[in-house]
Ligand binder design. Structure first.
Ligand SMILES: C[S@@+](CC[C@H](N)C(=O)[O-])C[C@H]1O[C@@H](n2cnc3c(N)ncnc32)[C@H](O)[C@@H]1O
Length: 435
């Protein structure tokens, strides 16, 4: 029988070694019982989300840190502490099962230590939490560099944003409005026993009261509804699509926005490019679900010579660029453990190269929409400012800033302020005198 706590320990260790939690969970064997799978996923996500704070609490209870070969015991204590502080697992069960897992790790010698540390945490957690929370980086469980960057870029909003990044987001859906109205779909969900509500600010979006399997969503298998954060659903609006246009989706995988674009106007001619051929297959699957098609090409969007996609011009171009993903830490809490400050300059260079290559393919009178799921000014407003400095023939188009906050020449959506993940949008067009 699989032990969900043991699985969580292995998952968190793999994240600490640089693997993404999504890829680890996707590789889990099908034979695992659904309840065990759900519990190990909750523990893995939770420990990543609160890693820095749990680490501060547990470390303060250890007389000396574990050596490298016992890193698994340290992570097991984080899993135990997560259950005591953040889960609905009854404390006695959290304690006994975590101690049992130390035996399953083949480290029975540590079971008394595991028991002692967790019992003391259970007894003294209030005073201990107050002590570690004096450091805001620990309280918000963020690495120093990321905490400082969010505070520097969003001085007024940072407290709300950092607090929101610690929350579990609702499962959010996009309804294909060509097939059904949002109110009708809310009714269909209610008939299926699934509680939901309309999103406060985004027209096509609705939020579920609790996550469900996608296959239990009425019409999911035929593309009536898709899982997509409300903030991501604005790309289709901001592209200002018109019938018959030729559209380039330059960083398309897994295809959430490609499908959204095609569902808005099925007679568009869409080319979807992604560097990662494996991920591009997901775009094909997403479109197939809704019976829609696009030209798919695995290529480098920073090099317009890299394929047939670069030999034509487009009325609309979406650059949903590779980025730090700091805006989606609610859904991907492992980002705070995987990302390094030193990743940002390279990402900024790659984004600029993709923007430059795609700009050269924009038709006169066209529009390029630059999108990131980042909170960082370097990838967002400063990226767009330097683009405009490099391209005298380009200008920014004003986008509505509800939802969102005007930010340089674009609009920033912020978790905790906009009830969405963090996204940046800027629309660029050729200046009239150059057309
Ligand atoms: C933010 S994700 C795109 C999400 C997608 N637009 C959606 O809505 O589902 C960024 C994508 O850019 C791709 N990518 C990274 N570098 C690229 C490049 N040089 N050319 C094309 N795609 C690239 C990554 O493989 C990744 O799939």
């Amino acid at each position: 029988m699989a032990d969900p706590r043991l699985t969580a320990v292995r998952n968190v260790l793999a994240v600490l070694d640089g693997r993404s939690l999504d890829s680890i969970l996707a590789a889990a064997p099908d034979s695992v019982d659904d309840r065990d799978r759900a519990l190990s996923a909750e523990l893995s996500f939770g420990v990543c989300r609160w890693h820095r704070r749990l680490d501060a609490l547990v470390s303060s209870l250890l007389r000396k840190p574990f050596g490298n070969k016992d890193r698994d015991l340290h992570v097991l204590l984080l899993v135990g502490a997560y259950q005591l502080l953040y889960s609905r697992v009854p404390p006695h069960a959290a304690l006994s099962t975590t101690v049992e897992t130390s035996r399953r790790l083949g480290k029975s010698w540590a079971s008394k230590l595991v028991n002692g540390v967790l019992r003391r945490l259970q007894r003294e957690h209030e005073a201990m939490e107050a002590r570690v929370d004096k450091s805001p980086e620990v309280r918000f469980a963020q690495p120093d560099w990321l905490y400082r960057a969010v505070c520097a870029d969003w001085p007024e909003q940072s407290a709300a944003v950092l607090a929101a990044l610690q929350m579990r987001p609702p499962m959010t859906l996009r309804v294909d409005l060509n097939q059904t109205g949002r109110a009708d779909y809310l009714g269909r969900l209610s008939d299926a026993g699934i509680g939901s509500r309309p999103h406060a600010t985004v027209d096509m979006a609705l939020e579920l009261d609790a996550p469900v399997s996608v296959h239990s969503l009425p019409g999911f298998d035929s593309g009536l509804v898709s899982v997509q954060d409300a903030g991501a659903q604005l790309a289709g609006d901001y592209l200002d699509l018109r019938p018959g246009q030729r559209v380039l989706d330059a960083c398309a995988a897994p295809g959430g926005k490609t499908l959204d674009i095609l569902q808005r106007a099925p007679d568009l001619k869409v080319t979807a490019v992604d560097l990662d051929a494996e991920r591009l297959r997901k775009v094909a699957e997403n479109l197939q679900r809704a019976g829609l098609t696009a030209e798919l090409e695995a290529a480098d969007a920073a090099d317009s010579q890299s394929g047939a996609w670069g030999a034509q011009i487009y009325d609309r171009i979406l650059v949903d660029a590779p980025c730090s993903a700091t805006g989606v830490m609610r859904r991907h809490p492992d980002i705070r453990l995987l990302r390094r400050a030193s990743d940002i300059p390279d990402l900024v260079r790659r984004q600029a190269a993709i923007l430059d290559a795609c700009w050269s393919l924009l038709a006169p009178g066209g529009r390029l929409l630059y999108v990131t799921c980042s909170l960082l000014a370097a990838e967002n407003q400063r990226q767009v400012d330097s683009f405009l400095d490099r391209h005298a023939n380009a200008e920014a188009v004003e986008l509505p800033n509800r939802p969102g906050t005007r930010s340089g020449r674009g609009v920033q959506l912020l978790p905790g302020i906009d009830e969405t993940d963090g996204f940046f949008y800027a629309a660029l067009q050729p200046r009239a005198e150059y057309v």
